[in-house]
Design a protein around this ligand. Sequence first.
Ligand code: GDP
Ligand code: IMO
Ligand code: MG
Length: 440
Amino acid sequence: MTVTIVGSQLGDEGKGALVDLWGGNADIVVRYQGGDNAGHTVVEDGEEYKLSLVPSGAVRDKTGILGNGCVVNPRTLFDEIDALRERGLDPDVRVARRAHVIMPYHRVLDGIEEEAKSDDDLEAGTTGRGIGPTYEDKVGRRGIRVGDLLDSDVLRDRLEYVVPQKRAVVEEVFGLKAGEEFDIDALHEEYAAVGRRLAEEDMTVNAGDFLGRKLDDGAELLFEGAQGTSIDIDHGIYPYVTSSNPTAGGASTGSGVGPTVIGRGEVVGIVKAYLSRVGTGPLPTELDGDDEDLADYIREKGGEFGTVTGRPRRIGWLDVPMLRHAARASGFTGIAVNHLDVLAGLDEVKVGHAYDLDGERLETMPATTERWAECDPILKEFDPWPEVDWSTVAEDGYDALPANARTYLEYLSDEVGAPIYAVGVGPDRADTVELVDPFA
Ligand code: GDP
Ligand code: IMO
Ligand code: MG
């Protein structure tokens, strides 16, 4: 069977922590979209791993697959694998031959376009990893796929077609100088060598076929979503989004495993008990202005600084219409709520229960970001819960949680229409209250 983990909000909900927990029961962990814009944290016995590209199951010695829906920067991939080997792990990572390659020029173009958009406040605050430009080339049918790296002649043909176009964009559209990232010979030399290493280490697969055969043999697959629903290219706050589908449909198109198979499994939405946002765009429940001190407190306590870029994350109260939207778009069968410990000890805990948009009450997100920006959250207040010994709570289980925290969780579960599978009360794998093991 399959379990699909999906971010319910704006990314950084603590997906890595749950993938790590439940990955223990999986045979294979599959990333289906995104690339090294993701930053997933796994903490095992105090030892912290920050993974951008290698699926979080690597820490548990599981086979990790980067599916066809991913965009892969081989420099990051090899750096990450090498760093894990230095820490004594031996990650088994396979990359789909249909996945697209992030080339050095994609990163350059990411930076140039963000800069150009900033005059009109349209920049997404990207991670600068070249994600958008790589997906653009994929859809434009001029991308370079992992399989192309394995054949030096095919690679040269692809580069000779695409690189002059990229160079022209830099020089003629933006009036800038194209550097070594646009040198066909240098690119060919580096990326043909990447292809040789991938072949020598037997790292490429026909991912859909590989996963289909594993499923036939009874393997348990865990799909590790990156990013989150509200930064999904289709269902998110366009244009302040990433360029892929973190929602559950992406698990199918991004892996080659059919939607009926994924639909027969579990789809678990990961929820952070408040909001964090790294990047630009509106945020109706943002704690700003008079609430800035509270935002600073939560940011510090929750360690809300970007895993990839180190940027301080913007903080807000939980946005419940956003969660209803996420639960519908992915068909959640359960939710995991993280960071409950971070809200402990506050004087007040609020959520945005619904929106007021020009006098109309909305229970879910409007389809345009401009309208979303005009939404005033209708806040609902909860009695706060105290700071407790969270390790003991994690050991003792759900009933050991403070009563007011349970009220908060049960409200959330009702609103999204899905049961609670787990509650995060700290960063370590052991700091999780597990109610349901989705593989059981
Ligand atoms: P991801 O991108 O969704 O995997 O999340 P990140 O790793 O970017 O950010 C989540 C951060 O919160 C990491 O530093 C985690 O170690 C940490 N974390 C995860 N769950 C919890 C939790 O329940 N409580 C606390 N305090 N931290 C958590
Ligand atoms: P994980 O998997 C939070 C945001 C960026 C920017 C927008 C587009 O750790 O949850 P991109 O570089 O993807 O083109 O940037 O998406 N973003 C994330 N925010 N967590 C992430 O990943 C993110 N990946 C991208 O900040 O607003
Ligand atoms: Mg992250």
